[in-house]
Design a protein around this ligand. Structure first.
Ligand SMILES: C[S@@+](CC[C@H](N)C(=O)[O-])C[C@H]1O[C@@H](n2cnc3c(N)ncnc32)[C@H](O)[C@@H]1O
Length: 259
């Protein structure tokens, strides 16, 4: 599997922080899904679950009979099992059907479509795995920006790198179109303007830069001295030595229903 942001210890710690930073809006999204269901949910699936922090929220808020996290990384699946012994985790590619549980009634997709080449192909695969009337909740980035030059440059670079791998950093902006012609009906689609502390975001980005900054594409496309300079600058913001202000992150949240 070629998850661009890796699955080593540093990448895993980064996903833990990411989960903390985006927990409030994920809770709101899942609570909305919960309110759209009158009966007990039999099975819910967290798509691309990583070490299971988003799966834990699915279990807590939707309270399904069975909560399953699926991810292509065996390391993340092993960690998720250790982190959340009461939940189920299976190594599985989210684009491959059948799923380990067929006919689930709820799905969460958080920060996953941004790593897939074709959001539409993913939506089509998930429709096959879903029960009629199932709900799919999505949280993805639509826009991310900062007036701070180091953060602004980081976003340009990560966008360029993801494009190289056929991925879209700001995939949220294309989501409504991706649903057209699929077996999903969009019931709710909202742009949320989130303001996150630059210090916290720089901590995430620094970990990420250390992971992908050494990959073959980055070595070829970016100047090594610039990457080192960026690491220093992000390090200063992350450590609080330099004020970075806030990062404006517009997130797209969608709830769709399987026809
Ligand atoms: C940014 S992480 C998000 C983790 C989790 N959803 C969260 O929000 O905390 C993206 C995850 O998607 C997984 N992933 C990427 N492509 C995948 C694929 N084709 N099938 C399954 N998992 C995939 C990666 O291994 C990684 O764990």
């Amino acid at each position: 599997m070629s998850y661009t942001f890796g699955d080593n210890q540093e990448a895993s710690r980064r996903l833990r922080r990411l989960a903390e930073i985006y927990e409030p809006e994920t809770r709101d999204l899942l609570s909305w899904v919960r309110s759209m269901r009158s009966s007990r949910i039999q099975a819910a699936i967290d798509l691309g679950c990583g070490p299971g922090w988003s799966t834990q929220l699915v279990a807590e808020i939707l309270a399904p009979e069975r909560t399953l996290g699926i991810d292509a990384s065996p390391r993340y699946i092993a960690e998720a099992r250790a982190n959340h012994p009461g939940l189920e985790f299976v190594e599985h590619d989210v684009l491959k059907t059948p799923f380990p549980i067929e006919g689930a009634e709820c799905f969460l997709c958080r920060f996953l479509l941004t790593h897939l080449e074709s959001p539409r192909a993913a939506l089509e695969a998930w429709a096959q795995a879903a029960a009629p009337g199932a709900l799919l909740a999505i949280h993805e980035t639509e826009r991310i920006s900062s007036p701070h030059p180091a953060l602004g440059r980081y976003y340009e670079m990560v966008e360029q790198m993801q494009r190289h791998f056929g991925q879209e950093l700001q995939v949220g902006a294309a989501l409504d179109n991706a649903f057209a012609g699929t077996d999903w009906r969009v019931r709710h689609s909202e742009s949320l303007a989130l303001h996150k502390a630059a210090r916290e975001m720089a901590q995430l980005h620094l970990a990420n830069l250390r992971i992908w900054g050494a990959n073959d594409f980055a070595k070829e496309a970016f100047d090594r001295t610039e990457i080192q300079h960026l690491e220093r600058e992000l390090g200063r913001i992350a450590g609080g030595e330099q004020e970075g202000g806030v990062v404006c992150n517009v997130a797209r949240q969608v709830i769709a229903e399987r026809r």
